[in-house]
Design a binder for this molecule. Sequence first.
Ligand code: SF4
Length: 383
Amino acid sequence: MVRATCGPSHQDGKMLVVRRHDSQKYSTVFSQETGFFARIEDQGTPEPSWSANGPELLDVSLTSWCDQGCSFCYRKSTTDGVHMTRDDIDWLLSEASSAGVHQIAFGGGNPNQHPDFPEIIRETRRSFNIVPSYTTNGRGLSKSVLKATAEHCGGVAVSAYPPYDQTERAIERLTDHGVQTNVHQVFAKQTIPQILDWLRDPPSWLIKSNALILLNYKPVPWDKSGFEVAAKDPRWREVIRLATAERYPFRVGFDNCCITGLLQEANAHPASIEPCDAARFSMFVSEHLEAHPCSFMAELRQGAQLKPHGLLHVWQTDPMFRQFRGHLQPSECGRQSSSPDCLGGCHLFPEINFCQCGQQKRSVLDSESDLVPLSISATQRYS
Ligand code: SF4
């Protein structure tokens, strides 16, 4: 059972949350103020491979509405998109709170263009004691959105799109309101020159941000952008080396999907490198309350309906989640004996892995499974 064992140092409603997970013999510490999070296993006990008590983080699509029109959008978001209803949002927040969720990362679509967005993030923080954050394309940052963001959010990520004027304006507005703002940049073969330029000579708007986060590009079947995976360009090594060797006026981070590259090239403390946490510590929930281990599965396979059984029931018993966890096993190549285990890297898109053994895996989507294809067109690449 999850149990909050202390909650000292309230500062503007922000506190240190310590939870004990007796059945799996570990504890978690989460600072609502700084975002610091640690899992501490009992002495002599192995690291937990998943959180049996419920996800620590929810990745929630508030809406599939977006007017940015990116061809590589993994959710196929357009202006025909739909918003999650208020009833569903209230139900989900209550379920998340009962399951001990610490943080919700709202996404979409462009989540801050949900008509009730300021009230939703206020409710998440104030009524359910969950720290919200969100990713925005930079549009729709109205005064009320900015005010609510500054009051209730742990941080915001702005997706970077060339020519970066929209990115720059969004960072300006958010940081002017005192919001911790990260920049999300796709890490693809085609974006490597841009990333190297930024690392060597960062533009002023990047310096103003808290962190540059590089997201390993995932080749969703419908993408017409012409992007290719970063692993196809040997300069991926230079990106990781440079990003982790130098000190910058901003932080540089990578998503967990880069683990197989980080373990080879990063100059970073092993404790700061984490493998994929889909279905282990995080869950994706769509605007229709459909759950998947990873958001990139949402348009490829049918999800698990959270209603009526509830979030915890799905997390603990749904075959898709159990099967996904089964794939994330310790790697067989054994080359990283003193490093954290990569758990085989990404099991959805093996081609994004930066090592041969990772690339040679079969996708979870290809394997004999209980995963139900969504449609022929979405899955033809994997059939
Ligand atoms: S399944 Fe793959 S794409 Fe999804 S979070 Fe894990 S590593 Fe990233």
